[in-house]
Design a protein around this ligand. Structure first.
Ligand code: NAD
Length: 433
């Protein structure tokens, strides 16, 4: 193999990112750097992970209900495709920016390599607050965005899925738009679709279920019982809600929850099924009778056995990490913990189960959905869940052993395992031309 490049040959930040505003991508770079010393001879290729393979930025113009034309920024980033087609969700959020989508794409590459599914990493997003759009505007935005990124996606190229503020309905519109563009129904172009359109049983709860499976595996390693355990969760959407139900079913109690509306606490346990119904009825969190509102800052200080950030990135920073009192932090969200916070948590003896394994249940069942679509043969929910649990438990054991052997955190072990797998694939494929 070639010798590592001397430092003067290494590339700096790409010119399209402001160093001051490097944001989540800077976190991803630091995480790769922490794993680099363990890459051995493959380290000569590590620079390929520090820049995305392909970035597409699109203008998404739509006609609003009042007749005006509005423009939205859209992105699709393919970070690495050495191990297979790109795979990763699409986020609709008012704060979506290039750095964020780049980081999310990088985390998808790592995640897919950690769990061993044959995908690279990608991510997409539109900078929009979807709550301000009507149903018609949302559909037009989704369809125009899909047609704009249509040149880089496809069942063998890059397969989008839901993420924050996108769901089955949006995946159905994306699948239909792509199919219309190609003159043939193409179910395998997106995952997270409704069952009636080639979706997979078990997909809806898969990420939250995976959070639980990883949390249970981590707890077993440190002799922490789930029955009676106290759980705090930030985010009560797709991931947080499903994780809450799984922990509850295993005998744990969810004692605090934080959403965009604020934080609630009930030391006796919050009835998460009732809270979900309350939320579905579009009633304000503050009116939920089964818990008391507390200040958002106080949420992070509540003593628990499990803390699950399942909202957005960079929620646990040097500013609040020192106040966290939990045993196991399971990252349901992508990138919720900064590297500085990671060091503080590690020094406090808190076990962090990193996002790249903890929330990989969603992409694992997305992989099952893609396989089922391509073979037009569908599995039962028990088959899906059984295979999901096995993949997650096996991947967790591999990381646990790697972390113990190298005396590093689970995150650094995950990045080391994943970077080796990606770079081995790149080394074997060789560099074109
Ligand atoms: P969602 O839109 O269904 O729910 C997001 C939740 O976070 C909501 O309850 C919202 O109120 C809360 N939230 C938003 N902003 C907040 C803030 N500033 N403070 C507190 N709470 C806030 O999203 P989701 O699909 O559950 O995704 C949540 C996280 O999990 C994201 O980081 C996403 O990338 C990650 N993730 C999702 C999946 C999936 O399958 N949906 C898979 C892997 C990772």
């Amino acid at each position: 193999m070639n010798a590592p490049r001397p430092p003067q040959m290494q590339h700096a930040l790409p010119s399209y990112l402001e160093p001051a505003g490097v944001g989540p991508w800077g976190v991803f770079l630091q995480q790769v750097e922490r794993a680099t010393s363990a890459l051995g001879e493959l380290a000569y290729l590590v620079e390929t992970l520090k820049r995305p393979k392909r970035i597409l930025i699109v203008d998404v113009p739509i006609r609003m209900d009042d007749g005006a034309v509005a423009h939205f920024e859209g992105y699709r980033v393919q970070h690495n495709t050495s191990r297979g087609p790109g795979k990763g969700g699409v986020r609709f959020h008012q704060d979506v920016c290039l750095s964020e989508v780049m980081a999310l794409a990088g985390w998808m590459s790592v995640k897919n390599a950690v769990i061993g599914v044959p995908f690279g990493g990608a991510k997409g997003g539109v900078r929009v607050d979807p709550r301000k759009l009507s149903e018609r505007e949302l559909e037009h935005l989704t369809r125009r965005y899909t047609s704009e990124i249509g040149i880089v996606i496809g069942p063998n190229k890059d397969i989008p899925a839901p993420d924050v503020n996108t769901n089955e309905k949006i995946m159905a519109w994306m699948m239909d738009t792509y199919s219309v563009m190609h003159g043939a129904t193409s179910t395998a172009v997106v995952t997270g679709k409704p069952l009636a359109l080639g979706g997979s049983r078990g997909r809806r709860d898969a990420t939250g279920r995976g959070v639980f499976v990883c949390g249970r595996a981590a707890a077993a390693k440190i002799g922490l019982p789930i029955d009676g355990a106290r759980v705090c969760i930030q985010g009560f959407g797709n991931v947080g809600n499903a994780a809450a139900r799984c922990f509850r079913a295993a005998g744990a109690k969810v004692i605090a929850l934080q959403t965009i509306e604020g934080s609630v606490h009930n030391p006796g346990g919050i009835d998460v099924i009732k809270l979900a119904a309350h939320q579905d009825a579009r009633r304000p969190l503050a009116e939920f009778a089964g818990a008391s509102m507390i200040p958002n800052e106080a949420f992070w200080e509540i003593e628990s056995e499990f803390l699950i950030p399942a909202a957005l990135e960079q929620q646990i920073t040097a500013a609040n990490a020192g106040r966290i009192r939990t045993r196991v932090l399971i990252e349901g969200a992508n990138g919720p913990t900064t590297p500085e916070a990671d060091d503080i948590l590690s020094a406090s003896g808190i076990l962090v189960v990193p996002d790249v394994i903890a929330n990989a249940g969603g992409v694992t069942v997305s992989y099952f959905e893609w396989v089922q679509d391509l073979s037009s043969y569908f599995w039962t929910e028990d088959e899906v869940n059984g295979r999901l649990d096995k993949i997650m438990n096996d991947a967790f054991s591999t990381l646990w052993e790697a972390a113990s052997a190298a005396k590093v955190t689970l995150r650094t072990a995950a990045f080391t395992v994943a970077c080796r797998r990606m770079l081995e694939a790149r080394h074997l494929r060789g560099l074109y031309p």
